[in-house]
Structures are given as C-alpha cells and as structure tokens.
Ligand binder design. Structure first.
Ligand code: NAG
Ligand code: NAG
Ligand code: NAG
Ligand code: NAG
Ligand code: NAG
Ligand code: FE2
Length: 526
C-alpha cells in the first residue's frame, strides 16, 4: 500500500514514496528511455545548445541578441509570438487562446481598488461609447492577480524580487479583438501606482504589459498547472489506489487516466519545485507553497467543471474563444462516455448509496485532496448515479483536456521569454514617462535566467515517444462487448472532434491545437 503525507499546509496531500521504485507496481510504469531527461534542465540546455550562456549574469544588450539565441529553437507559434508580443491585440488574445485561459472574467463593476475612469479609457472605446455602456453590454473583461499580493519572493542583491499583484482591464472591440485598455501594477491605488494606458509612451505601456505577463505566468504555473492539474491528479490517483479494489469497475475505468502521474509528480518535486528548481527559485519554496495554499482554498468543484466555470466567469459568448469552444465539446464527449459506463455499473441510485468502496473513495478525495473544505462543494458521498457521472467526468477532463490545454503551449507562448518572464529583476515603475528600451532590458531576466527559462518551458512541453492518446486503452481492463462498444463510440467522437479542429486550424493565423484529442494524453504524465 501507499500512504498519504502532508506536502505543505493547505495543499492536497501527496503520496509518501520518495523514489519511483517505492511506488505500487500498478502505477509504476516503465518509463521510456527519454524519461531520464524529463525535467532535467542540463539535458535541455545541451539540447537547445545554450551551454555557453547558462551562467552569464549579464543583461541582454538588445532584444535582437536574445532573438539569435531563441531563433534556433523556435516553433511556428513561438516565432509568431516573438514578432507580435508587443501588439495589444496579440497580448489580449493570449488570455483566451493562449496557455492560461483561466484568469480572465467578464467585468460588470470595477473592483473598488482599481479606479479606472471613463476619461481614461474612452479614447480606446468605440466612438460615442463609454466605459459604463461597454460594461453593460458585456464587452469589458478583467484579469485580477490579487492572489499574488505579498507572496514571498527570493532576495537578490539585498532586495526581494517583485511579483506584482497586477490588474488588467480589457475591451472586446466591434472587430472582436480583445484589447488591454488599463493596467494597474499593484493592488492599492496611489500616486506611486499609476494606471497605465495604451496612450502612454510606448515603453511605459510595454513595461506595464510585461509585468502583467509575469503575474500571469506565476498564476498559470503554480495555481492552475501544478495545483489544478498535477496535484489534484495525484489526489485522485491515490484515492483510487487506496479505496477502489482492482476489480472495481471504476478502478478499471480510471486507472489508465493516472498513468505516469505519481512518477512525474515525484520527479517534479525533485527537479522543478525543489528549493533550487526553476519554479521555486523565484518565489522561494515558501512563496510557492503560500501561493498553492491560497489557490487551493479557492478551488471549488464548480470551478473544475468547465461548463460551470465558463458561466461563472461570464465567458459564454465572447467570440473566438477556442479553449471554451473545444473544451465544452470535449467535456460533453467525455460526459456521454462516462455516463454510459457508469450506468452500466450502477443500475439504480441505491446501488450507488450502498457501494461502500465508492463512498470511501469520494470521502478520501474530500479529506485528502480538498482537506475537508466544505466550501469547496466537493461531495463527501454519493447518493445518485448522476453525481458519480459528473465527478468522474470532471476527473477525466481535468487530467486529460485541462492538463493538455495548459501544458502543451508552454514553449509556444513562453519560449520567447519577454512574453512570459519567469521573473523580473526590478520593481514595477511608480511614475510614468521615465522608461526606455534600456529600462525594459534592465527589468527582463538576465541572460542566465532567460536561458534557463527557455529550457524549463521546453522541458515542460516535451512529449513522450510512448504517448497514449485520450480514449485509447491498450491495457484492455474491460473485455465484455458492451463496454468495448462504448469505448469505440467514445473514440469515434473524439476522432470527429479532432478532425474539425484540424480543419479549423488550417484557416487560422495562429492555430489553437491544445485541445485536439489526438494530441492529448489520457493522463497527467509530463
Ligand atoms: C509509505 O507508506 C507505506 C504504508 O504505510 C509503507 O509501507 C511504506 O514503507 C512507506 N514508504 C515510505 C517511502 O516511507
Ligand atoms: C543573473 O545571473 C546569475 C547567474 O550567473 C544569477 O546567479 C543571478 O541571480 C541572476 N539573476 C538576477 C535576478 O540577477
Ligand atoms: C483567438 O485567436 C484567433 C486566432 O489567432 C484570433 O483570430 C482571435 O481573434 C483570438 N480571439 C480573441 C478574442 O482575441
Ligand atoms: C463541514 O461540515 C460538517 C457538517 O456538515 C462539520 O461537521 C465540519 O466540521 C465542517 N468542516 C469544516 C472544515 O468546516
Ligand atoms: C499546430 C498545428 O496543427 N498546426 C498546423 C495547422 O495547419 C497548418 C496548415 O494546414 C499546418 O501547417 C500546421 O502544422
Ligand atoms: Fe504538466
């Protein structure tokens, strides 16, 4: 057996193995050869031919110099990013179509600490319109990074690195572009915390956007990727191993969706979020754990269910939002598959109520994954078939689709580091009109950090050679005709969706392929 241990206060419990060899044989898969390099930065640095630069404490002389390094390792999308990262409509589109579609929400009233006035932003709105009118029409959106406020960061040269709890306001214009129209870099409004506008000097505005991207990167990597997919997946895996016997039909249904998860999380804890790993080194391990704790206290069952998540954020109708469009289709396909399977296992609600192994399982998830937090809305027990269907849908969606949406584009959007800086070396500007290109180079990571940043995003978006795409079950846990037929139908629907995503991709300047089922794995495995 395997035991739960506490990883950090306020964070899902994890498994007690300290080495891959200690994992239960059922989930101890033999890694392919390449896996030895998983999360091993030195390997990535060698592969990207960055060795020469990795220890350089120097600042970049100009962005062209950075580009020559980046150029050798670009992908079509990261190349596009390196050319368009300064443009407002590209900047805006990333909060919907990039790797972190999780933060943005419709804004019906401004937060009281973000005193944007109509005078400030009217010039950027449609002629004759006003901020109030556009809010009423549902065309104003907000990213608020308040959760980052006061998260401890690493001290460099006697000063803690900054991690700005920024606010960014967006306008969906009549051409359906999403444009940033106001940015405040700290939560408390004051003279020293001006609201930046697109009409400010080019470098002031670009600098403000860089700080927003940095805040977004922290939330993305820690709250949504690490916590929202990897650590939750570990809790689901652990509960399944501990509470559902191998012959339990839900064990058979779920276990392929946990392939590699415990292994990869173990490696992540050793290599990525170790005290000197790239993810801890900006915020320190304490800062990282503090952010995990804050984010975890706000996770709800509803926020993990995409249809409810989209409605809660008011994003039902914003156009060209591919994460929503593909994600809802995938949710429905997974849901209909899970429903057929679960209805096969349980023919009545009372069978659900009476299944004590199932009750232990969900209770274990509630206690160890969600720390018994009643406010999370995570069920403590199941009394209806429907409740089981929804929960299993959420699990499979989270470990396959949601993880892929977040994981797969990391190098595309983060390989060009100015677009996704892991850290910034200077505090945010407190006045307007004082920045130049040199200020931007002083703020951006030094050569060593940049190169490490590129290597980390490269590692994180790597693919295995032995991937198992969503809906394929080579281990054949089921052998009866009916479940096999249900699986076949699931595969057919996934394949149809994949075809339509590929067709759409061909018509887009910037394809959105991160929810293409053919590219997606069954489990969190990288
Ligand atoms: C994990 O817990 C199990 C069960 O309590 C125990 O047998 C095993 O030795 C523990 N493993 C480690 C590495 O502590
Ligand atoms: C810059 O480069 C060196 C590595 O040579 C590193 O130790 C230093 O902390 C870096 N980061 C900052 C923010 O100066
Ligand atoms: C999303 O990306 C597509 C393709 O690049 C683009 O046409 C669309 O405008 C983007 N959506 C928004 C709201 O920016
Ligand atoms: C959750 O609610 C139950 C009663 O429904 C209560 O006994 C328990 O103390 C609550 N837990 C927390 C952490 O508030
Ligand atoms: C990511 C992706 O699928 N990209 C493809 C989108 O479509 C173009 C044109 O068909 C292909 O060249 C890309 O490889
Ligand atoms: Fe991942």
């Amino acid at each position: 057996t395997i035991s739960w241990i506490v990883y950090a206060e306020g964070v899902p419990h994890i498994n007690n193995a300290t080495e891959v060899s200690a994992l239960p044989s059922e989930v101890k898969f033999s890694f392919s050869k390449m896996s030895e390099f998983i999360y091993t930065k030195s390997a990535a640095i060698a592969e990207l031919k960055l060795k020469r630069l990795v220890d350089s404490p120097e600042q970049w002389k100009d962005l062209d110099m950075m580009k020559t390094v980046f150029w050798k390792n670009r992908t079509p999308i990261s190349e596009y990013v390196s050319e368009h990262w300064k443009e407002d409509d590209f900047f805006g589109s990333q909060f919907l179509n990039g790797t972190n579609p999780n933060v943005i929400q419709r804004c019906a009233t401004l937060p009281p600490n973000f005193p944007v006035t109509n005078e400030m932003v009217q010039p950027f709105l449609k002629d004759g319109s006003s901020l109030a009118m556009e809010m009423k029409k549902g065309n104003i959106f907000l990213c608020d990074y308040k959760r980052l406020e006061g998260v401890p960061t690493r001290v460099v040269n006697g000063k803690p690195l900054s991690l700005t709890a920024a606010l960014c306001l967006f306008y969906k214009n009549p051409e359906d572009k999403l444009l940033p129209i106001a940015i405040q870099l700290e939560q408390q409004p004051s003279q020293q915390n001006p609201i930046f506008l697109p009409s400010d000097s080019e470098h002031d505005w670009l600098l403000a956007k860089i700080f927003v991207r940095n805040a977004d990167f922290s939330e993305f990597q820690i709250s949504y990727h690490l916590l929202g997919t990897h650590l939750l997946a570990e809790a689901f895996t652990m509960s399944t191993l501990r509470s559902l016997p191998i012959m339990h039909p839900l064990h058979k249904l779920l276990i392929p969706h946990f392939r590699y998860t415990l292994q990869i999380n173990l490696l992540a804890r050793k290599r990525l979020i170790s005290p000197d790993g790239p993810l801890a080194n900006v915020r320190t391990l304490n800062g990282l754990k503090e952010l995990l704790k804050r984010a975890h206290s706000e996770i709800t069952y509803s926020s993990l269910c995409l249809p409810e998540n989209i409605v809660a954020r008011g994003l039902e109708s914003i156009p060209n939002f591919y994460y929503r469009e593909d994600g809802l289709k995938l949710w429905n396909i997974i849901n209909s598959f899970v429903r057929k399977m679960v209805e096969l296992f349980y023919s009545s609600n009372s069978e659900v109520s009476r299944d004590s192994e199932l009750q232990d399982w969900i209770n274990e998830i509630f206690i160890h994954g969600f720390l018994g937090n009643n406010k999370s809305g995570i069920p403590k027990r199941f009394d209806k078939v429907e409740e089981v269907v929804k929960f299993i849908t959420m699990i499979i969606f989270t470990v396959s689709a949601q993880h892929c949406a977040l994981n797969m584009g990391q190098f595309d959007y983060g390989g060009w580091v100015p677009n996704n800086p892991l850290l910034l070396r200077k505090a945010p500007p407190t006045t307007k009109g004082r920045s130049s290109m040199n200020t931007i180079l002083e703020v951006l990571p030094n050569i060593s950090t940049t190169v490490n940043n590129m290597a980390s995003t490269w590692l994180l978006s790597k693919r295995y050679t032995d991937t198992i795409p969503l809906g394929t079950y080579p281990d054949q846990h089921f052998d009866e005709a009916v479940p096999l037929q249900i699986i076949k139908q699931f595969q057919a629907e996934l394949s149809y969706l994949s075809g339509s995503i590929i067709k759409r991709n061909a018509t887009l300047t910037l394809p959105y392929n991160y929810l293409n089922p053919a590219e997606m794995e069954n489990s969190v495995s990288i």
